[in-house]
Design a binder for this molecule. Structure first.
Ligand SMILES: Cc1cc2nc3c(=O)[nH]c(=O)nc-3n(C[C@H](O)[C@H](O)[C@H](O)COP(=O)(O)OP(=O)(O)OC[C@H]3O[C@@H](n4cnc5c(N)ncnc54)[C@H](O)[C@@H]3O)c2cc1C
Length: 401
């Protein structure tokens, strides 16, 4: 069983690449997926008569037009609702819009003064050098009060103890609001500064976010094998092994976590050992059959009194649904529940300080053997789905040249 291309993992990255190959009349490929269905972290299940995204809250960034146009080939634009994002943060029992720096004006005057003072004397506004650790960067960027009330506890809840290992090279993902913009927003009572991701987003009208990936899987069904967990990669004889088969390839595109291979044969110890240093976090999604009176699509909860860090109010983005679901770091989750919950072992590839060097060496080494890392896990970067679709579209074009 030899294939020109073997793709590992039928999440958005693997499915996009497979469909790009097929669209270009390249049928000599095989897509292997360990689960019984496609979609990866973007899957949905029907819970309490409506769809719930079992990998967390998932929205399609409407500003990524090229990717939306590609995806609408599989699920027409008419099948999606378009929203302007409403996301809130609970702070000291008050709710304000995200991001905090642009919306301090929504708080009581007492908190506004405290938070403005916090930013005014933060390191970045006193010309202190930018730190290399994320935790120190939070204090440097937003000052003690905002760090202690919001950013530190929120990120601790989300990332757990690994928070102290995170670097700062990935921070373009976070909102960037200058102190001047924060002041302007308080004076004019409206948000200023760079908009956060998903400011405008699509969500399916009648399904969960998982539907689009199911359809992409159906489109390449003849080249797809489900329930096939890949365990070993041999870069010397160009083969991979699942629980019950061995497959040979000319090129392999892996979208699965590098740390999930039981064995990688043919790579030097330095590469194999460095993979063990890559870190991840795990998240549990729990469904709560209650309605909360808010128009928010989702709410962030920094308070340590709540186990979860975010809730998703599906009634506000999925018609005819009720209830909400929570996202909780696995280490904080209370398993003593009768509610539906779903455990995602691989949720966030963590941006540890040493990660860029590990990944750079790993991917450059593997490329020499026509082994490519693609997507959230292939590159170990917490990309959103639109970004991995774009990367897979680009890689597909490159491979087909
Ligand atoms: C809480 C949360 C919220 C998010 N919100 C958004 C959002 O609002 N919008 C957005 O665009 N993105 C969002 N994302 C990001 C989105 O989930 C990812 O960008 C996307 O799923 C990445 O696709 P992927 O194919 O790279 O990886 P995955 O979706 O993780 O797919 C990898 C696939 O590989 C399979 N696999 C793993 N190991 C093996 C193995 N050994 N053998 C065979 N198969 C294997 C898995 O089962 C999976 O199907 C969110 C992510 C999280 C965790």
């Amino acid at each position: 069983m030899k294939y020109k291309y073997i793709i590992l993992g039928a999440g958005p990255a693997g499915l996009t690449l497979a469909n790009v190959l097929k669209q270009n009349n390249e049928n000599n490929f095989l897509l292997l997926e360990k689960e019984s269905e496609c979609g990866g972290l973007c899957r949905s299940k029907v819970i309490d008569d409506a769809y719930l995204d079992i990998g967390g809250g998932h929205f399609l960034d409407a500003d990524n037009v090229e990717v939306c146009d590609f995806l609408f080939n599989f699920m027409h634009e008419d099948e999606w609702n378009k929203f302007d994002r409403i996301s809130k943060i609970e702070l000291d029992s008050e709710y304000i819009n995200h991001p905090i720096e642009a919306n301090i004006w929504q708080l009581s005057q007492k908190l506004q003064i405290e938070y403005l003072k916090s930013i005014a004397i933060a390191g970045c506004n006193l010309n202190k050098p930018k730190p290399e650790k994320f935790v120190e960067w939070i204090y440097w960027k937003l000052g003690e009060k905002i760090a202690n009330d919001y950013m530190i506890p929120y990120n601790q809840k989300m990332f757990g103890e690994e928070l102290n290992d995170l670097g700062t090279y990935w921070l373009e993902k976070l909102p960037n609001v200058s102190f001047d913009e924060t002041l302007l927003s308080c004076l004019n009572k409206k948000a200023y500064g760079k908009e956060p991701g998903h400011t405008r987003f699509y969500y399916p009208k009648e399904y969960g976010y998982g539907e689009i990936w199911n359809r992409m899987g159906e489109n390449i069904a003849n080249n797809l094998l489900l329930n096939k967990k890949v365990t070993k990669l041999n870069i010397l004889d160009k083969s991979i092994v699942t629980d019950d088969e061995k497959y040979e390839f000319e090129s392999i595109i892996s979208t699965i976590p590098w740390i999930s291979f039981e064995e990688i044969i043919g790579a030097p110890d330095s590469i194999v050992d460095s993979i063990k240093k890559l870190k991840i976090s795990s998240t549990i999604i729990e469904y709560i059959n209650q309605n909360i009176d808010t128009n928010a699509h989702w709410i962030y909860y920094p308070s340590l009194t709540k186990k979860y860090h975010r809730i998703l109010l599906r009634k506000n983005f999925l018609p005819n649904s009720k209830g909400y679901w929570t996202e909780t770091n696995k280490n904080r989750f209370d398993y003593n529940t009768n509610n539906f919950y779903y455990e995602n072992e691989y949720t966030y590839p963590l941006n540890t300080i040493e990660k860029p060097i590990i990944m750079n060496n790993l991917l450059n080494y593997m490329k020499k053997y026509n082994v490519y890392g693609l997507g959230r896990w292939g590159e170990h970067i917490h990309y959103n789905s639109d970004k991995v679709v774009k990367l897979a579209m680009d890689l597909g074009k490159k491979l087909l040249k």
